[in-house]
Design a binder for this molecule. Sequence first.
Ligand SMILES: [Fe+2]
Ligand SMILES: [Fe+2]
Length: 149
Amino acid sequence: MNPVAILNKEHMNFADKLNQLNLFVEEEEINIPAVSHLFKEIIGAWNIHEEKENKFFNALAEHGFEFPSERIFFEHRELRGHKKVINDAIKSGSEINVEIALDTDGRMLMEKLQKHIDFEEKIFSEIPDKILNSIRDKFDKNFNKISKE
Ligand SMILES: [Fe+2]
Ligand SMILES: [Fe+2]
Protein backbone atom coordinates (compact mmCIF):
# COMPACT_ATOMS: atom_id res chain seq x y z
CA MET A 1 0.00 0.00 0.00
CA ASN A 2 1.30 3.47 -0.69
CA PRO A 3 1.57 5.98 2.16
CA VAL A 4 -1.38 8.02 0.93
CA ALA A 5 -3.60 4.94 0.89
CA ILE A 6 -2.50 4.11 4.44
CA LEU A 7 -3.19 7.64 5.70
CA ASN A 8 -6.56 7.77 3.93
CA LYS A 9 -7.52 4.45 5.46
CA GLU A 10 -6.66 5.80 8.89
CA HIS A 11 -8.77 8.88 8.17
CA MET A 12 -11.73 6.59 7.53
CA ASN A 13 -11.10 4.96 10.88
CA PHE A 14 -11.18 8.39 12.55
CA ALA A 15 -14.45 9.25 10.82
CA ASP A 16 -15.91 6.05 12.22
CA LYS A 17 -14.62 6.76 15.74
CA LEU A 18 -15.91 10.34 15.57
CA ASN A 19 -19.37 9.05 14.73
CA GLN A 20 -19.19 6.87 17.83
CA LEU A 21 -18.03 9.85 19.89
CA ASN A 22 -20.91 11.89 18.51
CA LEU A 23 -23.36 9.35 19.91
CA PHE A 24 -21.92 9.96 23.39
CA VAL A 25 -22.12 13.72 22.91
CA GLU A 26 -25.82 13.47 22.07
CA GLU A 27 -26.62 11.13 24.99
CA GLU A 28 -28.28 12.39 28.17
CA GLU A 29 -26.36 10.11 30.52
CA ILE A 30 -22.64 9.80 30.01
CA ASN A 31 -21.11 6.35 30.28
CA ILE A 32 -17.64 7.37 31.44
CA PRO A 33 -15.92 3.97 31.08
CA ALA A 34 -17.23 3.67 27.51
CA VAL A 35 -16.19 7.22 26.60
CA SER A 36 -12.83 6.65 28.24
CA HIS A 37 -12.26 3.44 26.26
CA LEU A 38 -13.22 5.05 22.95
CA PHE A 39 -11.10 8.08 23.65
CA LYS A 40 -8.02 6.01 24.47
CA GLU A 41 -8.44 4.31 21.10
CA ILE A 42 -8.75 7.65 19.32
CA ILE A 43 -5.67 9.10 21.02
CA GLY A 44 -3.57 5.99 20.45
CA ALA A 45 -4.45 5.88 16.76
CA TRP A 46 -4.06 9.63 16.47
CA ASN A 47 -0.52 9.72 17.89
CA ILE A 48 0.65 7.07 15.44
CA HIS A 49 -1.14 8.81 12.56
CA GLU A 50 0.39 12.18 13.37
CA GLU A 51 3.87 10.70 13.61
CA LYS A 52 3.43 9.11 10.18
CA GLU A 53 2.16 12.37 8.72
CA ASN A 54 5.03 14.36 10.13
CA LYS A 55 7.50 12.03 8.42
CA PHE A 56 5.49 11.89 5.25
CA PHE A 57 5.02 15.65 4.93
CA ASN A 58 8.69 16.24 5.68
CA ALA A 59 9.70 13.76 3.00
CA LEU A 60 7.41 15.50 0.52
CA ALA A 61 9.04 18.81 1.35
CA GLU A 62 12.51 17.27 0.86
CA HIS A 63 11.37 16.18 -2.60
CA GLY A 64 10.30 19.70 -3.46
CA PHE A 65 6.55 19.35 -2.93
CA GLU A 66 5.29 22.50 -1.31
CA PHE A 67 2.44 21.88 1.08
CA PRO A 68 0.85 24.32 3.56
CA SER A 69 2.98 23.11 6.47
CA GLU A 70 2.04 25.98 8.78
CA ARG A 71 -1.66 25.25 8.53
CA ILE A 72 -1.22 21.48 8.83
CA PHE A 73 1.06 21.60 11.86
CA PHE A 74 -0.98 24.37 13.48
CA GLU A 75 -4.10 22.24 13.16
CA HIS A 76 -2.30 19.23 14.65
CA ARG A 77 -1.45 21.33 17.70
CA GLU A 78 -4.97 22.73 17.88
CA LEU A 79 -6.55 19.28 17.73
CA ARG A 80 -4.17 18.02 20.39
CA GLY A 81 -5.39 20.85 22.65
CA HIS A 82 -9.03 19.74 22.35
CA LYS A 83 -8.04 16.14 22.97
CA LYS A 84 -6.17 17.14 26.12
CA VAL A 85 -9.21 18.97 27.54
CA ILE A 86 -11.41 15.91 26.98
CA ASN A 87 -8.77 13.55 28.32
CA ASP A 88 -8.32 15.65 31.48
CA ALA A 89 -12.08 15.67 32.04
CA ILE A 90 -12.22 11.87 31.69
CA LYS A 91 -9.32 11.51 34.12
CA SER A 92 -11.15 13.71 36.66
CA GLY A 93 -13.86 11.02 36.77
CA SER A 94 -16.54 13.69 37.08
CA GLU A 95 -19.60 13.14 34.93
CA ILE A 96 -20.36 16.84 34.66
CA ASN A 97 -16.78 17.62 33.60
CA VAL A 98 -16.95 14.99 30.85
CA GLU A 99 -20.34 16.26 29.70
CA ILE A 100 -19.08 19.83 29.45
CA ALA A 101 -15.83 18.83 27.76
CA LEU A 102 -17.68 16.75 25.15
CA ASP A 103 -20.21 19.49 24.57
CA THR A 104 -17.52 22.10 23.94
CA ASP A 105 -14.16 20.59 22.96
CA GLY A 106 -15.76 17.36 21.77
CA ARG A 107 -17.92 19.18 19.25
CA MET A 108 -15.02 21.39 18.16
CA LEU A 109 -12.75 18.36 17.82
CA MET A 110 -15.25 16.55 15.60
CA GLU A 111 -15.80 19.55 13.37
CA LYS A 112 -12.13 20.54 13.09
CA LEU A 113 -10.85 17.02 12.61
CA GLN A 114 -13.27 16.42 9.74
CA LYS A 115 -12.17 19.66 8.06
CA HIS A 116 -8.52 18.81 8.67
CA ILE A 117 -8.95 15.39 7.11
CA ASP A 118 -10.75 16.84 4.07
CA PHE A 119 -7.98 19.39 3.63
CA GLU A 120 -5.22 16.79 3.90
CA GLU A 121 -6.89 14.49 1.42
CA LYS A 122 -7.14 17.36 -1.03
CA ILE A 123 -3.38 17.91 -0.65
CA PHE A 124 -2.66 14.18 -0.99
CA SER A 125 -4.56 14.18 -4.28
CA GLU A 126 -2.30 16.93 -5.60
CA ILE A 127 1.01 15.12 -4.99
CA PRO A 128 2.61 14.37 -8.37
CA ASP A 129 3.00 10.62 -9.06
CA LYS A 130 6.68 11.12 -9.68
CA ILE A 131 7.28 12.34 -6.11
CA LEU A 132 4.98 9.77 -4.56
CA ASN A 133 6.69 6.93 -6.41
CA SER A 134 10.13 8.06 -5.35
CA ILE A 135 9.28 7.96 -1.65
CA ARG A 136 6.71 5.19 -1.37
CA ASP A 137 9.06 2.24 -0.88
CA LYS A 138 10.87 3.96 1.90
CA PHE A 139 7.57 4.81 3.53
CA ASP A 140 6.02 1.39 3.43
CA LYS A 141 8.87 0.27 5.64
CA ASN A 142 8.84 3.33 7.88
CA PHE A 143 5.10 3.19 8.39
CA ASN A 144 5.23 -0.44 9.40
CA LYS A 145 7.97 0.29 11.82
CA ILE A 146 6.05 3.18 13.38
CA SER A 147 2.86 1.12 13.68
CA LYS A 148 4.59 -1.62 15.64
CA GLU A 149 6.29 0.66 18.16
FE1 LIG B 1 -3.11 15.55 9.97
FE1 LIG C 1 -4.37 13.00 8.75
